[in-house]
Design a protein around this ligand. Structure first.
Ligand SMILES: [Cu+2]
Length: 405
């Protein structure tokens, strides 16, 4: 909720049936470029993780850094109809790292001990960019996305869209290695416009024990190992990664996939243009203004991946594919057993995604593309979820201390 400049407000809420990594962020205009942070919900006392307890847990938050006021950037873009200026850098926990000019001193360092398992709670808080991420010479085990456990799988590289969170286990090498390792992220891009194609790097550094202190001094002479990331437009990699995500769906952590559907909805999402107003010049494609929309197929520019985020609910991604959705053929292939459950899912470039959720949370809920520039251009809508008949199915009244505008 909005609160006035210079005031503070304490949010009071009860967490029921949720645990894992989520995040908070501002939701007016582009303020979330700097106003964001992690929410870590621990399991209830005495309830273990469905994997061995990690030695340490570390939040890894990707951000996007602009050498300008982001409010001015989006305001200008909406006035001219052109694409907004892109960021100068990506950041890991606020730090851009050594691959940017004069930034080596602002590098995130993950200091680890050999032979331990670390859990990285990764969050993509970047404004406009899906990111590939990898740590050189290390394998990551994905165990959770958007605060829901998944069937663990190993990967060298992961894809995380704005809005999403991913918990991974990082097993460090059994012995002190004579090296340091870069962890890097750079975008996955399917759109036509300009984008920030730079790479953020942090360093995975093994702490030296007294026995290894000598070699730890000598490794400073060698450059860190660098991970290999996919090409910026590697849709095949992105698809392959996304297809590996399955709900854990165990007895203890079941996947309550709705088996029958009461209401079906069909939405189209896309990026297009609006005509330039008379007596004005516009900087969008061919003198138009960029626009994005839900359920408006006119002036579609080109296919692009859109990480759609739904407020108020988790949903199950029961199917996805490329090309047009076929209501006669595709539902037969839906996964109603262990589909991934999350709150932000990429609609594949030029493709479709089918989601199911139980509408058990009354209210007006925003659904939007988590690429902030697409939201600004109009790729947004709201669900109205009505009260149910039972007392616990009613919208709660606003808090007594709701800030006044
Ligand atoms: Cu989008």
């Amino acid at each position: 909720m909005p609160h006035p400049t210079g005031h503070s407000y304490v949010y009071n809420y009860t967490i029921t049936g949720q645990r894992g990594t989520l995040w908070w962020h501002a939701h007016i205009s582009w303020l979330r470029s700097t106003v964001y942070g992690p929410i870590v919900i621990l399991p209830k006392l005495g309830v273990p993780y469905p994997f061995a307890k990690p030695y340490k847990e570390v939040p890894i938050i990707f951000g996007e850094w602009f050498n300008a006021d982001t409010e001015a950037i989006i305001k200008q873009a909406l006035q001219t109809g052109g694409g907004p200026n892109v960021s100068e850098a990506y950041t890991i926990n606020g730090l851009p790292g050594p691959l940017y000019n004069c930034s080596a001193k602002d590098t995130f360092k993950l200091k680890v001990k050999p032979g331990k398992t670390y859990m990285l709670r990764m969050i993509n808080a970047a404004l406009n960019d899906e990111l590939f991420f990898s740590i050189a010479n290390h394998t990551l085990t994905v165990v959770e996305v958007d605060a829901i456990y998944v069937k663990p799988f190993e990967t060298e590289i992961l894809l995380i869209t704005p809005g999403q969170t991913t918990n991974v286990l990082l097993k460090t090498k059994p012995q002190f290695p004579n090296a340091t390792f870069f962890m890097t992220a750079r975008p996955y891009v399917t759109g036509l416009g300009t984008f920030d194609n730079s790479t953020v790097a942090g360093i995975l550094e093994y702490e030296a024990s007294p026995k290894t202190i000598h070699s730890s001094l000598s490794i400073k002479k060698f450059p860190p190992y660098k991970p290999a990331l996919p090409p910026l437009n590697d849709t095949a990699y992105a698809t392959n990664f996304t297809n590996k995500l399955r709900s854990l769906a165990s007895a203890e952590f079941p996947a309550n996939v709705p088996q029958k559907v009461d209401r079906q909805f069909f939405f189209t999402v896309g990026l297009g243009t609006n005509p330039c107003p008379k007596n004005k010049t516009c900087q969008g494609p061919n003198g138009t203004m960029f626009a994005a929309s839900v359920n408006n197929d006119t002036s579609i520019l080109g296919a692009e991946s859109h990480p759609l985020h739904l407020h108020g609910f988790n949903f199950f991604v029961v199917g996805q594919g490329f090309g047009n959705f076929d209501p006669n053929k595709d539902p037969a292939k839906f996964n109603l057993v262990d589909p991934v459950e999350r709150n932000t899912a990429g609609v594949p470039s030029g493709g479709w995604v089918a989601i199911r959720f139980l509408a058990d949370n009354p209210g007006v809920w925003f659904m939007h593309c988590h690429l902030e520039v697409h939201t600004s251009w109009g790729l947004k809508m709201a669900w109205v979820v009505l009260d149910g008949k039972l007392p616990n199915q009613k919208l709660l009244p606003p808090p007594a201390d709701l800030p006044k505008c």
